[in-house]
Design a protein around this ligand. Structure first.
Ligand SMILES: C[S@@+](CC[C@H](N)C(=O)[O-])C[C@H]1O[C@@H](n2cnc3c(N)ncnc32)[C@H](O)[C@@H]1O
Length: 210
């Protein structure tokens, strides 16, 4: 979907305050909650749930997305509490720095592998990337999300995209229940209630010497 398609979805969700849940995806909360705050980048931040959560926990946070309407919701949600919001296409954006933490939640592109390879280069020495996205098995499981397998991940595709730049710490397929509170916009919630969701997840770190 292009930026105008996402704008339309976010505008339709304005009265609900956003499409996605108010909290970040469970895997991101679980993987990041105990880390010492530093600089963080939320790739494809959408309506900003993860970026705002990181900021509230002391991270100096940048959220990047190509949807103007998504970022308007994110700004409204953050109440001006210091997230740096950047409107840009992730396929061509060049970040001004590397980050101690890079998070990627449910970014599904035809060229995800090459985009993730670029993103791996944005992790600072000693830093990490945390990725969660729908797995190809999500289609058969009936979970909410894209039905084109070319847009979806597998643990193997995630691993291959970031190695050898990063060292993989965790990489697996995770199943979560349909009613896990991930989505709040009514129309999307009905779709989400259809079945369990299957995610592919990754945590990878950059050695300090690289
Ligand atoms: C499923 S939403 C996930 C939003 C957010 N990460 C979350 O978990 O709440 C996918 C997001 O990716 C953004 N996106 C898709 N392609 C993009 C691109 N090429 N550059 C920047 N953002 C993109 C969309 O605008 C949308 O906000």
């Amino acid at each position: 979907m292009d930026a105008s398609g996402w704008d339309e979805r976010y505008r339709a969700a304005w009265e609900h305050g956003g499409i996605w849940a108010t909290e970040p995806p469970h895997f991101i909360r679980e993987s990041v909650g105990s880390l010492t705050p530093g600089t963080a980048l939320d790739v494809a931040t959408g309506d900003g749930r993860t970026a705002v959560w990181l900021r509230q926990r002391g991270w100096s946070t940048t959220g990047v997305d190509f949807s103007h309407a998504g970022l308007e919701l994110a700004r409204a949600r953050s109440g001006g509490d210091g997230v740096d919001w950047v409107e840009a296409d992730i396929r061509t954006w060049v970040p001004p720095q590397q980050y101690d933490l890079v998070v990627v939640g449910y970014l599904h592109l035809v060229d995800s592998d090459s985009v993730l390879r670029r993103i791996a280069g944005w992790v600072a020495p000693g830093g990490r990337v945390v990725v969660v996205g729908h797995d190809v098995e999500n289609i058969a499981a009936g979970g909410h999300g894209p039905s084109d397998p070319g847009l979806l991940y597998t643990p193997e595709s995630l691993r291959a995209a970031v190695e050898p730049v990063l060292t993989v710490m965790r990489c697996e397929r995770l199943r979560r229940g349909s009613d896990d509170g991930e989505i709040r916009h009514t129309a999307d919630r009905e779709a989400a209630d259809a079945g369990d969701a299957v995610d592919a997840v990754l945590i990878a770190v950059r050695d300090r010497g690289l």
